[in-house]
Design a protein around this ligand. Structure first.
Ligand code: WT7
Length: 573
């Protein structure tokens, strides 16, 4: 078997085996100011602590997009987030209130998010590509009282249908402000707010700070609720896995609309006090290599889809940039193909380190480490302080080599504490006593490395984003031509999977390419661009159970030309 040996350097996690035997999460608490008071705030530890410990002049944020290029020190971010916190207070926001952040990546987003956490609010980041229905579902479920947004996105907020939503705070010039008492200018309210430093609301370790909506195979999107205590793991994995050091320039390419973009786009790096790069705008290979070159990025956390797109880009794109600053590269979100690891080794002379975790787990759990050998194709081994295993449906642990449910012993610091308003859903994850069951299938080898095999539900990972088939199917059947719809992931070289929809049309509608495009546009304008089925296939009828549930398993088998398996529950009318 092919193995990439560890480098010879000195790393934050030097002796994996020893840490596994001796590490205790209690040790990490000493890094934080609250080990004495017991009162915490993750935003304080992320920004203010560095100022109070004399690192205020250090660059915290290096931001750029097509039109802007800015940098902020920890002191500057402290002042701005304090001001935002006072603004939220003035607008009546207090501990536990849900404040949504619906903005493109920009310094204002980071200030809005951390300012809200400072006053004890629970922030709900929303990806900027979400359209009206997706926005509405999340605001409704969370009963958010405020959303912070920009003039370009504000029209997607159906404020009249959302009685709990009191304030729509618009960052930047907008003709909406003042048109209803809900629309408020953020710039104006910020100007009125103090900047003194009494902004922090001290809370308990078990109080919530973030609600990330994510998809399952059935039902509405789920609000995954995380508490301040998660900082222990954001901080510690920032050391062990990201291998962050004092003078690193770190770049996580994920958007804060997804958990990677908060846990490791905000908290992991800043809890460790490193300089964090944020690049606004869309992906392009030239731009990405340019970003590494311009800022001399040393540690880079990205996703297989992005690496595959870089692989497919013309060689010149790579040659035009100096990428020699890179020291450590990591990946998350989907299986990292051995082929991509080999490419990384060829072009950067570095190993790409795969990491496994989920929105629900809040932070990294199974990882590859700079000081350990990498087996390309494997997700690596559990972090110290966490036990992972492969279990059968009754909770029996399976021996090496046998496939089963990837499960984690409950009780790690960043574990979700609830699914918002949905206790039954939450409990489903913990149906096997003592274990969190991930929904992924995997096996463990003799050396303790975990190998991902697939999802055992119908969740689709496309281009690193997680989409639930149900939300798309529900939207599809709202289209006038669509009688029934079933949605699956179809394997794709670059994106991992693409979304494919099988559609049965209503009477009176004829299949055509125009109709396909029309349906795609409909999803794009009402749900989100990343939820659009790239492929649509029309069928006379779809396979259903007798209770009327679309059998996605059969659709998948059709797609892959595989046997359809047991059809005893299928309705054959
Ligand atoms: C699902 C979770 C929080 C990370 C971003 C995705 C898949 C995640 C890997 C990996 C193979 C992976 C799993 C998981 N996944 N990392 N290293 N190898 N698959 O978070 O949107 O909550 O999705 O992503 O299927 O269950 P998410």
């Amino acid at each position: 078997m092919e193995i990439l040996e560890a480098g010879q350097g000195t790393y934050q996690l030097q002796d994996y085996q020893k840490e596994r035997e001796t590490f205790d999460w209690k040790q990490v608490e000493k890094a934080f100011s609250w080990s004495e008071t017991g009162k915490v705030n993750i935003a304080y530890e992320t920004i203010d602590r560095h100022v109070n410990e004399g690192r205020g002049d250090k660059k915290a944020l290096l931001y750029s997009d097509k039109n802007r290029e800015e940098s902020y020190t920890f002191s500057e971010l402290k002042e701005k987030t304090d001001q935002a916190a006072h603004m939220y207070r003035n607008l009546g926001i207090s501990k536990g209130d849900r404040v949504f952040i619906f903005m493109p990546r920009s310094p204002e987003l980071y200030v809005a998010l951390l300012g809200a956490v400072k006053v004890g609010a629970v922030v709900g980041p929303l990806f900027e590509a979400f359209m009206q229905d997706a926005v509405k579902a999340r605001l409704e479920d969370s009963e958010a009282s405020m959303i912070v947004t920009t003039p370009d996105l504000v029209s997607r907020i159906p404020h009249e249908d959302l009685p709990h939503l009191k304030t729509i705070l618009i960052s930047g010039d907008s003709d909406k402000t003042g048109s209803s008492e809900k629309f408020v200018s953020m710039d104006e309210k910020l100007a009125e707010a103090d900047t003194d430093d009494s902004a922090i609301e001290w809370v308990d370790l078990e109080d919530g700070f973030i609600l990330h909506y994510t998809s399952g195979s059935t039902g509405k999107p789920k609000g995954v609720y995380h508490v301040h205590k998660a900082m222990l793991q954001h901080y510690q994995t920032g050391k062990w896995v990201l291998d962050l050091r004092e003078d690193d320039v770190y770049w996580c390419t994920a958007d804060p609309g997804w958990v990677t973009g908060t846990s490791y786009g905000i908290f992991g790096p800043w809890l460790n006090g490193v300089t964090n790069v944020v690049r606004g705008g869309r992906f392009s290979p030239d731009d990405w290599y340019g970003t590494i070159d311009k800022y001399n990025v040393t540690v880079w956390y990205s996703a297989p889809t992005a690496f595959r797109m870089l692989m497919a880009a013309p060689q010149e794109t790579l040659k035009n940039h100096d990428l020699s600053s890179l020291r450590h590269i990591l990946s998350v979100g989907e299986p990292l193909n051995p082929e991509v690891v080999r490419w990384g080794w060829d072009v950067f002379n570095l190993r790409i380190h795969d990491t496994w975790w989920m929105t629900e787990t809040g932070a990294m759990l199974i990882c590859n480490y700079p000081s350990e050998p990498i087996k390309p194709g494997s997700m690596g081994k559990p972090i110290p302080g966490v036990d992972a295993s492969i279990v059968d449906d009754h909770g029996n642990e399976l021996p090496p080599g046998e496939m089963g449910n990837l499960a984690i012993k409950t009780g790690w610091p960043a574990q979700m504490r609830k699914i918002w308003n949905n206790e039954p859903k939450f409990n489903e994850y913990f149906a096997i006593e003592g274990w969190y069951v991930s929904g992924d299938t995997a096996y463990r080898d003799e050396d303790g490395y975990f190998w991902f095999q697939g999802r055992n539900d119908d969740v689709i990972m496309t281009a690193g984003e997680r989409v639930g088939p149900f939300e798309i199917e529900s939207k599809l059947v709202e289209h006038e031509a669509v009688a029934e719809a079933g949605v699956i992931g179809k394997p794709d070289e670059i994106r991992g999977h693409i979304i494919k929809a099988f559609i049965a049309l209503r009477e009176g509608y004829e299949e055509s390419d125009e109709l396909k495009e029309q349906i795609q546009k409909f999803i794009k304008s009402e749900l989100a661009a990343h939820a659009v089925p790239r492929e649509i296939e029309f069928k006379d009828k779809l396979p259903k159970t007798r209770s009327g549930k679309i059998m996605r398993r059969v659709l998948k088998a059709w797609e892959l030309d595989e046997p359809t398996g047991d059809l005893s529950t299928m309705d054959d009318n």
